[in-house]
Write a protein that binds this ligand. Sequence first.
Ligand code: GLU
Length: 496
Amino acid sequence: MKIRTRYAPSPTGRMHVGNLRSALYEFLIARHEGGDFILRIEDTDQERFVEGATEIIYRTLEKVGLTHNEGPDKDGGYGPYVQSERMKTGIYMQYARELIEKGEAYYCFCDKERLASLKTEVVEGKEITVYDKHCLSLSREEVEANLTAGKPFVIRQNNPKEGTTTFHDELYGDITVENGEMDDMILIKSDGYPTYNFANVVDDHTMNITHVVRGNEYLSSSPKYTRLYEAFGWEPPKYVHLPLVTDENHKKLAKRGGSTSFEDLIEQGFLAEAVVNFIALLGWSPEDNREIFTLEELIEAFDYRRISKSPAVYDIVKLRWMNGEYLKAMDFDRFYEMAEPYLKAALLPDDSRKEQGVCFGEAELKKIAAMVKTRIEVFPDITEMVDFFSELPEYDTAMYTHKKMKTTAESSLEVLREVLPVLEAQEQYDNDSLYGILAKYVEEKGCKNGYVMWPVRTAVSGKQTTPAGATEIMEVLGKEESLRRIRRGIELLENA
Ligand code: GLU
């Protein structure tokens, strides 16, 4: 039998990492087995519907490369693929009536007042009304009369009060509940829309879905699904409920408030492919300890049986590290294209620098890009790393003192004073030539490299850490600006 998986999002806003993980795993299961991945939009909950959210779903799936074989925009013979459109075909009502015929469901005409008078129970922190099957006892004639009179109704599942129901999950195994604990849930609401639980079962069956992957918040309602499948006499798909995603404090990752949607992460400068790689490992691990995977490699390696049941920690430090690995491995031209806006914002803020004599062209920007490529984790890190190029920051002369380099303020002043005339005389300001003349000076002085390079780098950057060495920085700054900064260093040290 051909594997058919589906991603069935409700268009309620941006795509949360938990939802993207379900989509990714569904996609991987299908592709690993040469099956089909289907996109179905579950928009029957009109109250939660958010305008534009469906477009976000398309955009996100496309950006991360989760191409669907069938969906609202790609008919594969199982359409429509949007539940509100499916509803118009009458499919949910038709199946609800089939259950009524079988005695597995019934019309309920109870009004708000009557429902309010019923006993309530707290299930998973929510207060729910336990329906007392009052309308189950209506005769066929009474039901007909009510329907003809246009009395509002819902259709409820008729769950037995005795016995147990067992639901099977591929990871969690068998889950058995007492039937007495299950409510007669609503299948068709008074507005004619199916409930999410009902539409989901009807659609998974009629679309021939073989595997359902979803967050484990749905695990508790799953026995009701078994009841529906049994009532229809249908074979249920394989269910894979995913472990909870928690924050670093092991609290459930909040959908609202935190920056946990795919779009938030992209806005924070993460690469789509790094986010996908990171999400793949939220609860799943390969046989070896490998961590970096392209989507193709994930397809090859993915086995849903290796998904863990313990909560997965959403570790942003790990995501940053992973993103950095992708940046290191990235082709330089692509890197430059993506880094350019950040470089320009940090280095070409206005025309004032032209007066100082520093003006960066594309050649310099590319050199700076090459320096930061292996050092940043996300593009926004660029700003702080390169801003000293455009303007020498205010710095403390204490920075000239470095224990390991054996430098002090006095030694630094001496070195800067001695190298200044040599650098003034030098015409070629490229890294190799500059390094050559400083190395010669080191040799003549009979000292260690750092004894000279540390004060020079401090003077030209004003920073403790820089993305490159002294002479590479000077090559980018050019002669005039490099000398200006060294003179400034001498001045600061003289006045210290
Ligand atoms: N529409 C549900 C959601 O967005 C799908 C749950 C499922 O995959 O069954 O959470």
